[in-house]
Design a protein around this ligand. Structure first.
Ligand SMILES: [Zn+2]
Length: 354
């Protein structure tokens, strides 16, 4: 081997050595990285196996959608366990479930679900429901025509987004027991009985309105008869379509009562609701055919006074009069009373016991 050949051989050897060292260093770094990843995966598995992570599936889904690394996911899991991190994204099922719980169990039920299982809070449910949920305001006092039409138009818009099939409608009233308390709604105080608050200003525009209502209610504390009562029952008015599909009852009117109302007063109440529907909804959704209510004597008395006051129009009377024994009495616009037969049977049974 000549001197030149020897120098070339040494250079080649040095090049191979350098290349080998570089490859060895790279392989070493890859091995270290792989070992770190294995450790991270082991930590992840240990965390999933041992920690109670709220809404784990959603947390992982959100992290993967964002392309987060295993290290980030681990950090989020640790933060979720210590309640530092909350997944703010909710699936449609979670929102629907929280909404159902909210409707069934109110704010407290939704709060429990939120705290225990990380479901949407009441605020989130409200925000999510804003676009689809019609707003129904309870009446602060005796409902006015303006109040009823506003609620009706919220529930039954004049230009509905879906196709509406016009048909006969049933208007129904029932009483629901409520908690005796006042609350604020739309800058008004609601929860006081409609019978005793006529003429009172129940808006929260000034302190004097609030104090005068409080004084009227608290008179009972001194042994005197209160001038105004807390409502013990909410009279709920609802509409139901008389057809084979989508015949659910849609509530649109809520008003608190202390149950001191007379039948003649409820007759006016009923008449106002019939008028409101006729004014703003009948043309689009159909006329009211029947009025339904439960067996309460005030409801029945009012229905008797209003819906037995006249007879059917000529066309209907001509068709129905051959039916011997049929009651041909009705109210305005041929509306008839349609009590639940269950209440008739109950009343007959009660009378038979006397
Ligand atoms: Zn009252």
């Amino acid at each position: 081997m000549t001197r030149t050949q020897l120098v070339d051989a040494i250079r080649h050897k040095n090049g191979v050595l350098t290349k080998t060292r570089v490859e060895r260093n790279r392989a070493q770094k890859r091995a270290e990285t792989a070992a770190e990843k294995v450790k991270l995966h082991e930590r992840l598995v240990a965390a999933l196996a041992t920690q109670d992570v709220p809404r784990l599936q959603r947390l992982l889904q959100v992290a993967m959608d964002q392309g987060r690394s295993i290290e980030d996911i681990l950090k989020r899991i640790e933060d979720a366990v210590t309640a530092v991190y909350h997944v703010k994204s909710f699936s449609a099922t979670e929102i629907d479930l929280a909404r159902v719980m909210w409707h069934l169990a109110g704010d407290k039920g939704a709060y429990i679900l939120h705290k225990a299982l990380g479901f949407p809070s009441v605020t989130t449910i409200r925000e999510q429901s804003q676009s689809t949920r019609p707003t129904i305001h309870p009446s602060p006092s005796t409902p006015t025509l303006e109040y009823i039409t506003r609620n009706l138009l919220s529930m039954f818009p004049s230009n509905p987004t879906r196709r509406v099939c016009r048909c006969g409608q049933a208007i129904m009233f029932d009483g629901i027991a409520i908690r005796k308390c006042m609350r604020r709604d739309d800058d008004h105080m609601v929860g006081a009985c409609r019978e005793c608050t006529a003429g009172m200003d129940l808006s929260m525009s000034c302190l004097e309105n609030i104090l005068s209502l409080a004084r009227a209610v608290r008179r009972g504390d001194n042994g005197e008869d209160p001038l105004v009562h807390f409502g013990v029952e909410a009279t709920v008015g609802a509409m139901g379509a008389l057809r084979g599909i989508d015949y659910h009852a849609y509530p649109f009117s809520v008003s608190a009562s202390c149950k001191a109302e007379k039948a003649s007063e409820f007759k006016d109440y009923l008449e106002l609701h019939l008028l409101a529907w006729k004014m703003v909804c009948a043309e689009t959704y159909g006329d009211i055919w029947i009025v339904g209510c439960d067996g309460a004597s005030v409801f029945r008395g009012a229905c008797f006074q209003l819906l037995m006051a006249s007879t059917f129009s000529d066309d209907l009377r001509a068709m129905l009069s051959p039916l011997r024994g049929l009651n041909l009495q009705c109210g305005p616009d041929d509306v008839v009373h349609c009590p639940d037969p269950k209440h008739l049977i109950k009343r007959e049974y009660a009378l038979s016991l006397i």
